[in-house]
Write a new protein. Structure first.
Ligand code: ACO
Length: 432
């Protein structure tokens, strides 16, 4: 981080001009450092939705939305998706480097040793209605982890932070799979130490006490890729939620529960579920134009799900990798002629040639194809966002840990532009 110039802000009315440092990071746009602006001038900046505001510095993930580039710790997502597995990526995001062979073994052993849940916590599930959405269960159960694993909640202690992070990464698949099993009325399947992260999740989802689920390695690889592609995405809404919750010193389990709640929304992690519903609703290639027309109509509050992104104004590199995985999975399963996949390919083709989508730089995002892959794997729609939460947990904990380790970190406390009634008095004689 280096100072690279001075920006001058002229507030008019004969007020003295304010000088603000311009700071460069290692890549990406410079920032104007406005931390002292209010103290120097008495004004705030106004930026709802953080369209022009860097809320923190970070060395974890880099996105160039105009070029369609995504890097985790400097490595391109394409290389990580093709050459690494999910736990390698977890290690990379957490510690900054890819693990060597012995670090890889130790980390896998460590994660595997924390996959079980406290048996009392397993009973917690029975407090939910059977038809509860898995994300509702996840918010509750992950928040409850702090009541069970409070032996390592001193966030000023590096080893406590590391243990809580590993517990979260390890237990998330168990919690997600249990939410599913509870929903469908099947007995919980406990995690196994001899399976990889993705394989273990498929085992807990699809094995029965009477029969083990044997996953095709290509299917395991597809799920592993979904997890890698969703692992982190710099300061998105749910990650910012985790950082804001954590900035007050709240424990990591409570912070991740807050992140899960934010992820649930259809403008964020809920988009993959919404996208599959949209494809089912369109139903046939012949109806695509009708839906494109609705998405373009300013009087209709309708959007094509799985299209558009706050940061990517070019192809989302994750959607290209996800489309590739979609082809592979459908081929493995003999579903090359899958109706929804064909519909999605055609919808993408038509939208990418349409002036509205071109001029607004709306491209398919990661969620456009991930729903089709997950559906082909036998994962029900209601579990899509839960799997996203499972994958994003490493990003959340890495970002939370980075924030807590930063000596400059402060409680997050945005200001506002007040537009309410000016000060007035309660009428004399007014009583309850
Ligand atoms: N379909 C049709 N029009 C769209 C779409 C879409 N999917 N997305 C944006 N637009 C239009 C908007 O109507 C707006 O038009 P206007 O300039 O005429 O008002 C313009 O494009 C810009 O849209 P904003 O909402 O201002 O862009 P923003 O950056 O705030 O939103 C978002 C990004 C939320 C992702 C948006 O594109 C969207 O709602 N997409 C659909 C939901 C989705 O797929 N979400 C997944 C995001 S990726 C993730 O979380 C992993």
């Amino acid at each position: 981080m280096t100072q690279n110039g001075i920006a001058t802000l002229n507030l008019g009315d004969g007020k003295e001009a304010i000088e603000l440092p311009v700071i460069s990071g290692s890549m990406g746009p410079d920032v104007v450092d406005i931390r002292k602006l209010h103290a120097k001038s008495g004004v705030f900046t106004y930026d709802p939705g953080f369209l022009s505001t860097a809320s923190n510095k970070s060395s974890i993930t880099f996105i160039d939305g105009d070029k369609g580039i995504l890097l985790y710790r400097g490595y391109p997502i394409e290389q990580l998706a093709r050459q690494c597995n999910f736990t390698d990526v977890c290690y990379l995001l957490m510690y900054g480097e890819l693990p060597n062979e012995s670090e890889k073994n130790d980390f896998n052993k460590l994660v595997t040793s924390h996959t079980m849940l406290h048996e009392q916590l397993v009973k917690f599930f029975s407090g939910f209605r059977r038809d509860a959405h898995p994300m509702a269960v996840m918010v509750g159960v992950v928040g409850a982890l702090s009541a069970f694993y409070h032996d390592a909640l001193d966030i000023s202690d590096v080893t406590h932070r590391e243990l809580s992070a590993v517990r979260l990464i390890a237990k998330m698949p168990t919690i997600a799979a249990m939410a599913y099993k509870y929903n469908i009325g099947q007995p919980f399947i406990y995690p196994r130490a001899n399976l990889s992260y993705a394989e273990n999740f498929l085992h807990m989802m699809f094995s029965l006490p009477t029969e083990d689920y044997k996953a095709d390695p290509r299917i395991v690889r597809a799920l592993d890729r979904i997890l890698i592609l969703h692992a982190d995405h710099e300061q998105n809404a749910s990650t910012s939620t985790v950082r804001l919750a954590g900035s007050s010193g709240a424990n990591p389990f409570a912070c991740i529960a807050a992140g899960i709640a934010c992820l649930w929304g259809p403008a964020h992690g809920g988009a993959n579920e919404a996208c599959l519903h949209m494809l089912e609703e369109i139903g046939d290639v012949s109806r695509i134009n009708e839906y494109i027309k609705r998405a373009k109509d300013p009087d209709e509050n309708y959007r094509l799900m799985g299209f558009g992104h706050r940061v990517y104004k070019n192809l989302d590199p994750r959607s290209t990798l996800m489309r590739e995985t979609c082809h592979e999975v459908l081929n493995v399963l003999g579903l090359e002629n899958d109706r929804l996949f064909k519909l999605a390919l055609e919808l993408e083709r038509i939208a990418l040639e349409d002036d509205y989508f071109i001029s607004k730089k709306l491209y398919p995002n990661v969620d456009f194809y991930s729903g089709i892959v997950q559906r082909a794997l036998g994962i029900p729609t209601s579990m899509f966002t839960a799997i996203f939460a499972m994958a994003r947990t490493i990003g959340w904990v890495a970002q939370w840990n980075e924030m807590i380790s930063d000596p400059e970190h402060k409680i997050g406390r945005p200001r506002q532009l007040y537009t309410g009634t000016v000060q007035r008095d309660v009428p004399a004689g007014y009583h309850q």
